[in-house]
Design a protein. Structure first.
Length: 278
């Protein structure tokens, strides 16, 4: 496994780092002094990196993590109630809603919609919109000391960036109600049991194991992975009969892909497949 960066991506700010290593785009939220809280520099840069990774053929998977001992504390509470853009202070309700809707779609909306595998690696707490970012990924691997908290009700807010929908999809409405209304800290062991975390590892092993998992995903059959994500999306949007029909279309499409032919040859020859990503 390569340990040096293939290349670095200039994000335009030191608050967000990105390198592509062995087909994995490693995105690091880099405000450890503020528990990687989102900012007017970090958040737009993250939107742009997600957009770039979506169309970059050299990126097979996206790994998002946080610098230091936190994943992301969400919005910076100290800056809430103020806007860095003076023009926005006089906006109408409709203008403010439209602006937030656009920003949400281009962050967690784009991340959830990315047709490449995505993985969040949590070295510590994820709260508020930071939790939304983690939940918008396909999988979450966490350090044993990590925990989550929705956080919104503690500052008199209802939630954004899809947190309520994403939680409800993972744990059901009852559990999501508890997490949103009580905003308790939920430790890694409980998160694993609830299905919020896919894996929990020793703190010291997190980054190594997260990269190994992301690398495995990055070298998989890209079309099949994208179509699997389409099938998973159907599970919450269409009925069973429609899902069956859509699965049939996607399965036939994947049988016509070169990666399927290679996988069959590899099975017959008793070797690991070499997908086009390799």
């Amino acid at each position: 496994m390569a340990t040096t960066a293939d290349r670095r991506i200039d994000t335009g700010t030191d608050e967000l780092l990105c390198e592509v290593r062995d087909r994995v785009a490693i995105v690091t939220l880099n405000r450890p002094q503020a528990r990687n809280a989102l900012s007017d520099q970090l958040t737009p840069a993250l939107r742009e990196v997600i957009r770039q990774c979506s169309s970059d053929a050299t990126v097979g998977a996206l790994l998002i993590t946080g610098a230091g001992a936190a994943f992301c504390a969400g919005g910076d509470v100290k800056g809430m109630g103020a806007s860095s853009n003076p023009a926005k202070r006089d906006w109408t309700l409709e203008q403010r809603v439209s602006d937030l809707q656009d920003r949400q779609r281009r962050l967690t909306g784009a991340l959830f919609g990315l047709r490449k595998p995505t993985l969040a690696a949590l070295p510590g707490p994820a709260a508020g919109a930071g939790l939304s970012i983690a939940l918008a990924c396909d999988m979450r691997i966490a350090a044993a000391s990590a925990f989550i908290s929705t956080g919104y009700v503690r500052v008199g807010l209802s939630g954004d960036y899809g947190v309520t929908w994403l939680l409800s999809q993972l744990v059901g409405r009852g559990r999501a109600s508890e997490l949103m209304l009580l905003s308790e800290k939920v430790d890694a062991t409980r998160c694993l049991g609830m299905g919020i975390f896919n894996r929990v590892v020793a703190d010291a092993d997190l980054q190594t194991q997260a990269f190994a998992l992301a690398r495995q995903l990055a070298h998989g059959p890209a079309l099949a992975q994208a179509l699997i994500k389409d099938n998973l999306d159907d599970s919450s949007t269409v009925g069973f009969d429609t899902a069956l029909d859509n699965e049939a279309v996607r399965l036939i499409r994947s049988t016509m892909d070169a990666d399927h032919a290679e996988a069959v040859r590899a099975f017959v020859e008793k070797r690991a497949p070499r997908f086009r990503s390799d």
